[in-house]
Design a protein around this ligand. Structure first.
Ligand SMILES: N[C@@H](CCC(=O)N[C@@H](CS)C(=O)NCC(=O)O)C(=O)O
Length: 372
């Protein structure tokens, strides 16, 4: 792209989890944009050089600013387009919305990678076609298919490292059923997670739920179609400026009771996983040369999951994102931070609040020590 367009460009794909998150945000905010699938050169050369790692989504603003990482993209666009805000202003809702964003972005990996990649016959053809057409537009099908084999191999190599192995599949399916039932029950009472306005948490959850589970042939029918309230939420987030717009977050900093099961997973399942990543990162940090990033992945971590035990490699990036959420809490006025701390502790979040993360910065999809 030689000249920036006079409106925003989203490098993304329909079947891409995090592009789906950003697209839903743009549609809700009514921000004009053009979505472009990255070519092979965009992906492995331009995006890597401009942003740090070959990954989508990437946004190029009308002013020519390149942004990578869905959370950073939304944070920056909120500065440029503050109304209607997608982060609640009241402290407890604000913190919990960011926690759910973290959970959706980082803890749904096992489940939503499984639903796509464990079903080759149903799901791969669509994915290969979108990837290949984007990588080499206008080239013959066999070339497109050959090129999509590069990222496909990367994903397939990840499966055993994510604990997506035959023996674990019943547990992963059970986890999914529990979460989807809880979400369906929630959306029976409210249009979005915190009221009649979608928040950052809704957009984040929409990533795995629409970008993977709803769009994949193998999971749409059995997992989404038979949950009408969840289905309706997906429809609401799929259109430009869903009604009612802009909507409101619940008054008086109230948390809906129906978010209870999500918070249980955050405090009882994700937190032990984060503690495991932290242990591994503490081992890795002293081995780094000056200026070096942490490796993208760590050794295997075991954590509670749907009443059983799941394992996966850790992502140091996830700790950076956790730190970002805890930093926001620490920057609140003392009275607000104390009230949120007490409420989160009462809900079982003490260990999450106690995470003592060495200062990290984000470089592409990696974390690195923050020496400033
Ligand atoms: N934390 C990033 C994750 C982005 C991401 O993992 N994107 C996927 C596509 S949905 C990708 O390009 N992955 C390439 C890779 O993991 O190397 C975000 O929020 O944008």
């Amino acid at each position: 792209m030689a000249q920036p367009r006079p409106f925003l460009t989203l490098y993304g794909q329909k079947l891409s989890w995090y592009s789906t998150k950003v697209r839903a945000y743009l549609l809700y905010k009514g921000i004009d944009f053009f979505e472009q699938s990255p070519t092979l050169i965009d992906y492995y050369w331009t995006i890597r050089r401009r942003c740090g790692d070959p990954a989508i989504p990437v946004v190029v603003t009308a002013q020519g600013e390149w942004l990578q990482d869905s959370s950073i993209i939304i944070e920056r666009l909120e500065e440029l387009h503050p109304q209607p805000a997608v982060l609640p202003a009241s402290p407890l809702q604000r913190f919990v919305a960011q926690l759910i964003e973290l959970w959706a972005d980082e803890f749904w990996h096992v489940a939503a990678v499984h639903t796509r990649w464990s079903y080759p016959e149903q799901n791969y053809p669509l994915w290969e076609a979108e990837m290949g057409r984007g990588f080499a537009p206008g080239w013959p099908g066999f070339v497109q298919c050959g090129l999509s084999a590069i990222p496909k191999k990367m994903m397939l190599d990840y499966l055993p490292l994510m604990g997506i192995v035959k023996e674990q599949l019943p547990l992963i399916d059970r986890w999914l059923e529990l979460q989807l039932d809880a979400l369906d029950a929630h959306f029976a009472t409210l249009p979005y997670l915190f009221g009649s306005r979608p928040s950052i948490a809704d957009f984040a959850l929409f990533g795995p739920l629409d970008g993977h589970i709803y769009r994949d042939v193998s999971s749409r029918g059995p997992l989404i179609d038979r949950r009408p309230n969840l289905h309706a939420w997906i429809q609401r987030l799929s259109v430009r400026k869903p009604q009612p717009w802009p909507g409101e977050f619940l008054a008086d900093d109230r948390l809906p009771q129906t978010l209870g099961p999500l918070l249980r997973s955050i405090f009882d399942e994700m937190t032990p996983y984060l503690e495991g990543v932290l242990r591994e990162v503490r081992v890795l940090l002293p081995t780094l040369k000056p200026g070096q990033r942490l490796p993208r992945t760590t050794k295997e971590i075991h954590f509670p999951y749907a009443g059983g035990s799941q394992f996966r490699m850790g992502l140091p990036y996830t700790l950076w994102m956790t730190q970002r959420t805890l930093d926001d809490l620490r920057r609140m006025p003392a009275a607000d931070a104390d009230r949120v701390g007490a409420a989160v502790t009462a809900m079982g979040g003490e260990r999450l609040l106690a995470l003592d993360i060495p200062r990290l910065r984000r470089v592409g999809l990696h974390a690195a020590p923050d020496t400033n």
